[in-house]
Write a protein that binds this ligand. Structure first.
Ligand code: SF4
Length: 75
């Protein structure tokens, strides 16, 4: 299993990634809406697992309950 993305990584900071969607910066990211989290984002590859890969964070895993500003609702 790959290491988890650290919120302090450069890429995480650039995208506003947080391991807990509830902690997303709602002032900076007005597009955030309740219910959005990695687990229902089109880019999440972990299925129902608590952590999984995301194309935007190669070599690491994001939290199912996480969120970032590139969130795109899964179809
Ligand atoms: Fe999570 Fe989607 Fe952002 Fe990847 S793109 S970190 S799966 S919200």
């Amino acid at each position: 299993q790959a290491a988890m993305v650290d919120e302090n990584d450069a890429q995480a900071k650039a995208l506003g990634y947080v391991a807990d969607a509830a902690k997303a910066d709602k002032t900076k990211y007005k597009q955030f809406a309740a219910g959005q989290h990695c687990g229902n984002c089109a880019l999440y590859q972990g299925g129902a697992a608590p952590a999984g890969k995301c194309a935007l964070f190669p070599g690491k895993e994001v939290a199912n309950k996480g969120w970032c500003s590139a969130y795109a609702k899964k179809a």
